[in-house]
Write a protein that binds this ligand. Structure first.
Ligand SMILES: CCCCCCCCCCCCCCCC(=O)SCCNC(=O)CCNC(=O)[C@H](O)C(C)(C)COP(=O)(O)OP(=O)(O)OC[C@H]1O[C@@H](n2cnc3c(N)ncnc32)[C@H](O)[C@@H]1OP(=O)(O)O
Length: 219
């Protein structure tokens, strides 16, 4: 296995793989604001103790809003293009369930380059609950998968997760700041080895390793 010590490479242009790409600046600010409002709505619905009358009225309002915006739909699988501070392009799936900016189901996880990989800070609310007061283990795995895949992509080697191993070291609390880190640890042909952690107050609550298999540009 080759230890990955290359400088950060440019991510391949997804258009070369036949994928559609939307530049971030073309996403209306009204849409990102609506996404934030819907996240708040989901949390409110999950925890409300409102009475039947208020619930019925809220339901009618939600149905009207859904009707209002359902006329046209963006293509599933569209990617968003962001420009990094150094001028290079970065891509992510627009409706990715972990980090998609237009997906209200995403927390969202916003990864940034840091040191030898990626880093994010995130606080998860009760929508992501598993055991009482704690983050669902499946969501922890999803967050690690995204961070690990993102690290491979940020190193110029986007691909698919072939294998993901997660060890849960201590309970991950809701409503508390978490730090997520990930990096590439090695490469072998199309295989990209990655590792990452979730921390609360500096203590590792979960750690993961994954094998990403790079997209085959040869078709
Ligand atoms: C272009 C720009 C796009 C930009 C985009 C940006 C996105 C930037 C953010 C991304 C962040 C996403 C983070 C979420 C990532 C997901 O959630 S991905 C979704 C979950 N994963 C899947 O659905 C994958 C399903 N599996 C597959 O499609 C195929 O099995 C795979 C993984 C693509 C591999 O198939 P393949 O391409 O035919 O490769 P194959 O020749 O079989 O294997 C290649 C090598 O890997 C090894 N291998 C394959 N599978 C395994 C395994 N399970 N265990 C061990 N070794 C394995 C093989 O033995 C072989 O090794 P070597 O012979 O080289 O030693």
């Amino acid at each position: 296995m080759t230890v990955h010590d290359q400088p950060v490479a440019e991510t391949p242009d997804p258009r070369e793989f036949g994928l559609s790409v939307l530049p971030e600046h073309e996403i209306p600010s009204e849409l990102t604001a609506l996404v934030a409002d819907v996240r708040a709505l989901v949390d409110a619905v999950a925890h409300t103790e409102a009475g039947p009358e208020d619930l019925a009225e809220a339901r009618a309002s939600v149905a009207a809003a859904t009707e209002r915006i359902s006329g046209t739909r963006r293509e599933t699988g569209a990617l968003m293009e962001q420009t990094r501070p150094d001028g290079t392009a970065e891509y992510g799936t627009l409706t990715n369930v972990v980090s998609g900016v237009t997906n209200p189901a995403s927390p969202p996880l916003q990864l940034e380059r840091s040191g030898d990989g990626l880093r994010a800070e995130i606080t998860l609310n009760g929508v992501y609950q598993g055991p009482p007061g704690l983050v669902h283990g499946g969501w922890i795995a999803a967050i690690l998968d995204q961070a690990l895949g993102g690290a491979a992509s940020a190193a110029g080697m986007p691909g698919m997760t072939a294998n993901l191993d997660v060890n849960y070291r201590s309970p991950t609390p809701l409503h508390a700041p978490l730090e997520v880190t990930a990096r590439v640890t090695g490469t072998e042909r199309r295989k990209v080895f990655v590792s990452g952690e979730v921390r609360h107050n500096g203590t590792v609550t979960a750690e993961g390793t994954a094998l990403m298999v790079r997209f085959d540009a040869s078709g």
